[in-house]
Design a protein around this ligand. Structure first.
Ligand code: SF4
Length: 427
């Protein structure tokens, strides 16, 4: 943390999670994958990956389920001759950028996303972003970040993107508290939360990222940050370095998570507890009813999380406390105690948590324990299914609106579906 004094919410519970470290072969998508949900959210941004054909294929297949009239992402392919001369690379980059700017006048921000190949040849996209920023001054903003598989797993791509954007945020002018909700939320979820914050008298509220890349919220010592996603480690630190205070809360997954997440903001705004109960009563009851409908299919079933998205611990808390599932093991690629402190208080003391990945050993344990459901990456799911084990792709949780009261039933349903498929197969 570079020795910086970082502001924290005073109400933070001091509970630490203990995890066993695993190191070895990994099977996780790289950060380029997050372009799919980021570009859907930020509607006037363009993502230009500087990479290889492999990178282009990865994005195309990750986006394959969606049809775009004209997608707002592309890959500038590095050719063999680029590996020999960086000057050629920069010329090529300038040419591609000129094309994008000419063809897409509605684009206000272009993200230059580095990949494994561009990092291996040490192509400096930070410099390129500054140079292009000068050239297109006033019309297009250029922001660089890393999506490379050397540096990022698939959700870390968003962390890396938002961390770079924090440097672009203006300084707050006033001293009255402002709420910054950090982490990509689907528009429908953002609107639901915005309505609840208004009803609670909490505001002004900014969502980061916003639907428009030019809508950059100001940040400063009056900023209170409520994280909507658990993988924003570097973004949270960058905001704290700008003077913002991180509100400690569980993540808004399930009825309980959504309630406590909102309560954390309500505490910071000193909302009267009775008023808080009144505003949240109806959506909370709706969420509980929706989860209860799925609980029968989930209660008592054993679940194993392989490390993939960094959503694993909040999801484990939800399926255990609200759906009655039994946690066999919960793996997470990284464990950030600062961000997960409030989750830790809600997880079982003796929970088996692993941090990092040693794929072979983890798969051995899955085979030994034979859980009813394994949440894992796409590449691991098929072999496990072939062995008669039911799986859920963790990436599906990134493409589905799952946060908030009104999505709690759908979230439980994502775990119910593979089990329901199994019982149909058994019949
Ligand atoms: Fe593969 Fe690296 Fe490109 Fe990701 S960035 S697709 S890991 S080469």
């Amino acid at each position: 943390m570079n020795g910086a004094v970082l502001a924290r919410d005073a109400a933070a519970p001091a509970v630490a999670l203990t995890a066993r470290q695993e190191r070895g072969q990994r099977a996780v998508f790289c950060g380029l994958t997050s372009i799919i949900w980021l570009h859907r959210k930020i509607q006037d941004a363009f993502f230009l990956v500087v990479g290889s054909r492999t990178c282009a294929h990865l994005i195309q297949s990750a986006a394959g389920v969606m049809i775009f009239a004209e997608p707002r992402f592309a890959t500038a392919i590095l050719q063999d001759r680029d590996l020999a001369g960086l000057a050629d690379c920069n010329e090529e980059l300038d040419r591609v950028i000129a094309q994008v700017v000419a063809r897409r006048p509605e684009i206000k921000t272009i993200f230059l996303v580095s990949s494994c190949p561009s990092e291996v040849i040490k192509l400096d996209l930070g410099n390129a972003a500054r140079r292009l920023g000068h050239q297109y001054q006033g019309s297009v903003r250029f922001v660089d970040y890393s999506g490379s598989g050397i540096e990022t797993t698939f959700t870390q791509g968003e962390d890396s993107c938002l961390q770079s954007l924090v440097a672009e945020l203006p300084e707050t002018a006033g001293s009255a508290p402002e709420l910054l909700v950090a982490g990509t939320l689907s528009d429908i979820v953002e609107d639901q939360f915005a309505r609840l914050f208004t009803a609670l008298g909490i505001g002004p509220v900014h969502f980061f990222p916003a639907r428009s890349a030019v809508d950059l919220p100001a940040v400063g010592s009056n900023t209170r940050v409520l994280l909507a996603q658990p993988y924003l480690n570097e973004t949270a630190r960058a905001l704290q370095k700008r003077g913002a205070t991180l509100l400690q809360a569980p993540f808004p997954l399930g009825a309980e998570g959504s309630l406590e997440w909102l309560r954390s903001a309500a505490r910071a705004w000193q909302v009267d507890p009775t008023e808080f109960e009144r505003v949240t009563a109806a959506p909370l009851a709706r969420a509980r009813r929706a989860v209860a409908r799925q609980r029968e299919a989930l209660a008592g079933r054993r679940i194993f999380f392989l490390p993939d998205s960094q959503l694993e611990l909040p999801l484990a808390r939800f399926v255990q406390r609200e759906c009655g599932m039994e946690l066999v093991e919960v793996g997470t690629p990284y464990l950030d105690q600062q961000l997960l402190g409030a989750e830790a208080a809600l997880l079982p003391r003796d929970l088996c948590i692993t941090e990092g990945q040693n794929l072979d050993r983890q798969l051995d344990r899955v085979r030994r324990d034979r859980p009813d459901l394994t949440v894992c990456g796409l590449g691991i799911a098929n072999p496990l299914e072939a062995e008669g084990l039911r799986t859920k792709w963790s990436i599906e949780l990134m493409f589905t609106p799952i946060q908030g009261f009104d999505q709690a039933g759908d979230l439980a349903g994502l775990f119910t579906r593979p089990l329901a498929r199994e019982s149909r197969l058994e019949v």
